[in-house]
Design a protein around this ligand. Structure first.
Ligand SMILES: Cc1cc2nc3c(=O)[nH]c(=O)nc-3n(C[C@H](O)[C@H](O)[C@H](O)COP(=O)(O)OP(=O)(O)OC[C@H]3O[C@@H](n4cnc5c(N)ncnc54)[C@H](O)[C@@H]3O)c2cc1C
Length: 473
């Protein structure tokens, strides 16, 4: 039976009513320059930003705004630069529904295509995931403005931050907020990584990082080189071949492809939800192990790529040199020299607050793992050391007294939180654990900031509840 989307939307409203969603806000108003400041601004309207907004509304923190730099409906990677056919994650993981059954992807799919469609579904097509996210935003009427980019967080003192905005959708040049949540994506804790050798040796027209838009039509009939052995290398390989590339050569540093995906084990073992409770030594070792494995390609993506006659895999082929040659790119590897017309760089991202332009006024104060924990020699890794050392509620901590006030109220729900809080932020597998925690941490901070006013009202409260009378009273 197909219930239809409209009936599902009515069910959502009913379930939310049953859960007493939408009660009055409790956070006392705060003004700056004669105007009410926003209690929370969430930067990023992808899945995490939307989920956090819903979580805050459930906590009756309603004076909030989500901003996103993209046009409406094009937030995040799903229909912009992701090139796999389906999500890599198992279909049954729940996430931003925050436990409301009618808000799950499954409810959304079954309402339109029936329960058989769910049974038949292998993994979620990425365009469907994006359509679900658009629906989630619409059905909850989340306060999102698009085409608005955060350029800078300027701490004003007194628990306020001035946010400098850019973009045609920006409601103003600046907004003042008490709390800022950076739900800026997996690269939002740093930047996409392009090896210096490529950046310094090639003109930009000859290569792109996998996170960029690429004109595949222009590459029809051409030879493409791909650097990297993780999931996105093969996503891009199969996509380029499907779009008509003549040959795709994937160059992998390791002698074997990664085969084990530690996330699948973490999903089952309780590790994702409980990572934040681990001692520092375990947190560090767990993430070192995670990076050692890297994320393998999915079987379907690999099979899709390998089915094309133009697919070539070069294992044990780290890049020893690269240069422009005959209008294309010459690559030097231990497996020989190769000439390709264009290079797609699938080397992931690096997390480091020093790389974030919006944090430039506060970044020197941010406490890093390298400041707090010295890993044993066989595990020590400067890349892990650069990660911020965060609270379980996704707040930065300060290296010094001066930074404490500046950083208070800034939360980062992106991959920068990986060592401190595990695979919870910016990862489908972990959002259902991470979102309630960040929401609770924001609510605690707002409550403590307003403790005097709230407790004052509590002590002054004298509204009678009991109205019965005894004759001799
Ligand atoms: C290609 C690709 C495929 C992936 N596939 C999977 C998968 O199959 N399964 C899985 O579990 N995970 C996957 N991930 C990991 C993760 O789930 C996604 O990255 C997901 O999009 C993270 O959600 P998010 O809300 O944190 O970030 P995003 O979806 O990236 O949303 C962040 C938003 O913030 C905006 N933004 C950033 N900075 C600013 C700023 N300064 N001002 C305003 N807006 C800003 C961005 O443009 C973006 O719209 C994938 C990641 C990538 C890159």
């Amino acid at each position: 039976m197909v219930m239809g989307l409209q009936a599902l939307e009515e069910q959502v409203k009913r379930e939310l009513e049953w859960l007493e969603y939408g009660g009055p806000e409790w956070v006392p108003h705060r003004e700056h320059d004669g105007e009410r400041v926003l209690d929370v601004v969430i930067v990023g309207g992808g899945q995490c930003g939307l989920g956090i907004a819903f979580g805050l509304l459930r906590e009756r923190i309603t004076n909030i705004l989500v901003i996103d730099e993209n046009p409406e409906g094009l937030e995040g990677p799903w229909v912009t630069y992701a090139r796999m056919v389906t999500l890599r994650t198992p279909k049954h993981l729940t996430s931003i529904d925050l436990g409301v059954p009618s808000l799950t992807f499954r409810a959304w799919l079954e309402a339109q295509a029936g329960p058989e469609a769910w049974e038949k579904l292998d993994k979620i097509p990425r365009a469907d995931w994006m359509a679900y996210l658009r629906w989630f935003r619409r059905v909850l009427d989340l306060p999102v403005v698009n085409e608005t980019r955060l350029d800078l967080i300027e701490p004003l003192g007194g628990g306020l931050h001035r946010l400098h905005l850019e973009g045609p959708g920006a409601p103003a040049k600046t907004l003042t907020a008490r709390k800022v949540v950076l739900a800026t994506g997996i690269q939002g804790g740093g930047e996409w990584h392009v090896p210096a050798m490529i950046r310094e040796s090639l003109p930009k027209r000859l290569y792109a990082h996998s996170s960029e838009r690429i004109d595949f039509a222009a590459l029809r009939g051409r030879r493409i080189g791909i650097i990297g052995g993780g999931a996105s290398a093969f996503d891009n390989a199969q996509h380029a071949l499907a779009e008509g590339a003549a040959e795709v050569h994937v160059f992998v540093r390791r002698g074997r492809l990664p085969r084990v995906n530690p996330i699948r084990q973490m999903e089952r073992s309780g590790m994702i939800g409980r990572h934040a409770a681990l001692p520092d030594a375990d947190k560090y070792a767990v993430m070192k192990h995670f990076f050692r494995h890297n994320q393998p390609p999915t079987n379907d993506t690999f099979a899709r790529a390998a089915a094309y006659p133009g697919f070539r895999l070069h294992l044990g082929a780290p890049l020893a040199g690269v240069r422009e040659a005959e209008g294309g790119v010459e690559l030097e590897t231990p497996k020989g020299r190769f000439r390709v017309d264009y290079l797609i760089v699938c080397t992931g991202l690096v997390s480091d607050p020093a790389l974030r332009p919006e944090l430039r006024l506060v970044e020197p104060h941010i406490l890093r793992w390298g400041d707090v924990y010295r890993a044993p020699e066989d595990l020590a890794d400067p890349m892990l050391d650069r990660h911020p050392y965060m609270t379980p509620g996704y707040s930065f901590l300060s290296r010094d007294e001066e930074g404490r006030e500046k950083l208070r109220g800034i939360f980062a729900f992106n991959y920068g939180a990986l060592v401190s809080n595990g695979v919870t932020a910016s990862a489908l597998s972990g959002m259902k654990y991470g979102i309630p925690r960040i929401v609770s941490a924001i609510a605690d901070e707002l409550f403590l900031d307003e403790r005097e006013a709230i407790l004052g009202r509590y002590y002054a409260y004298d509204e009678p509840e009991f109205t019965g009378m005894m004759e001799d009273e």
